[in-house]
Design a protein around this ligand. Structure first.
Ligand SMILES: [Zn+2]
Length: 329
């Protein structure tokens, strides 16, 4: 579902004046804003907004648009934010685009269906084999050249080797940028990920699944998410017309409060999620792939559930994952 909201051109042009805009909201007379947007609500429910949104009745700059369980702070004019969440209760997706010139676009409003056989993290995938399933979905975004990224080293759980955890994250990125698959597809991806090292700053993601304000730095970290969510991906992109939006920054949080992780799946592995597998899926989002439905395409890396703990099948891409990437690039 798509909702279109207009934003005053003057405000849209005032790209550095978010604080001033927020101040002007306080001057608005009570009773002139929609209930869903009233000033006492920091969050604005996407599903409660009218199709065409009068900006004077719904001042959204700097506030959180919420869709189902996930949300995103309205980005600065000239940017969009795309949120993707992996859950045993079904995939969640939200895009909030704030292009210069006056139209705010909210895509993905409403809860996505639960996967057909959702009962915790499934141990078995359903659907065609990974080399026979050509399904993919594509977001209108891509990495044009490269995306520099950092890891919040302090967020890595103490039971993991930091070196191995970061190596698994890097390998997950390489699995996408090199189109590493078990089916013999070539690598048509021209964008690259460049690892820049450790950082002390945190991902711009909250424990209640919001993409917060972009800090212009791409980061990966472990942290808290609601219990059914293993991972959350936020991408800030520059909208382009006539071509996929340009990915600017991406943040990823892996849930360490409800899941235990490993960088090495060995015979002694018990109940741990594979970092490289999850990071391969998340980097698929970074490079502009959307979700594949778990119930009918469960063997693809871009299906939203992992194939279970202590296994690595989703490190390598499936046919649809590889086709989706190669066609985009
Ligand atoms: Zn996903």
């Amino acid at each position: 579902m798509k909702r279109v909201a207009s934003i005053a051109a003057a405000l849209a042009l005032a790209c550095t004046a978010v604080a001033m805009f927020t101040g002007s909201l306080l001057a608005q007379a009570e009773g002139t804003v929609y209930d869903a947007c009233s000033r006492d609500k920091q969050e604005v429910r996407a599903a409660a907004l009218p199709e065409v949104l009068d900006e004077e009745k719904c001042p959204v700059a700097g506030r959180v648009i919420v869709d189902g369980d996930i949300g995103a702070v309205v980005p600065e004019p000239g940017m969009a934010v795309i949120a993707e969440a992996e859950s045993s209760d079904g995939h969640q997706y939200l895009s909030v685009s704030n292009p210069r010139g006056g139209k705010l676009l909210i895509d993905g409003a409403g809860r996505e269906p639960r996967p057909e056989a959702a009962s915790g993290i499934s141990a078995r995938a359903s659907g065609p084999g990974e080399c026979r399933d050509s399904f993919y979905s594509s977001r209108d975004a891509k990495v044009y050249n490269y995306n520099r990224w950092y890891v919040n080293g302090r967020s890595i759980p103490s039971y993991l080797s930091k070196f191995r955890a970061v190596s698994a994250m890097k390998q997950g990125a390489a699995n996408v940028t090199r189109v590493r698959d078990a089916c013999g597809f070539g690598d048509g991806v021209r964008g690259r990920m460049i690892y820049e090292g450790a950082t002390r700053s945190s991902v711009n993601i909250t424990s209640n699944l919001n993409c917060t304000s972009n800090d212009y730095r791409s980061e990966v970290g472990f942290g808290d998410l609601p219990s059914s969510y293993t991972a959350f991906h936020c991408a800030w992109v520059w909208p382009k017309s006539g071509a996929p939006d340009r990915v600017a920054h991406t943040d990823i949080r892996l849930n360490k409060f409800d899941y235990r992780w490993t960088a090495r799946v060995t015979s002694s592995c018990r109940g741990r999620q594979d970092i490289e597998s999850s990071m391969t899926h998340e980097r698929g989002h970074t490079f502009g792939l959307g979700e594949a439905p778990e119930g009918s395409h469960g063997n693809l890396t871009m299906s939203n559930l992992t194939n279970g703990p202590c296994q690595t099948s989703e490190r390598s891409l499936g046919k649809g994952d590889a086709m989706g990437l190669n066609r985009k690039y």
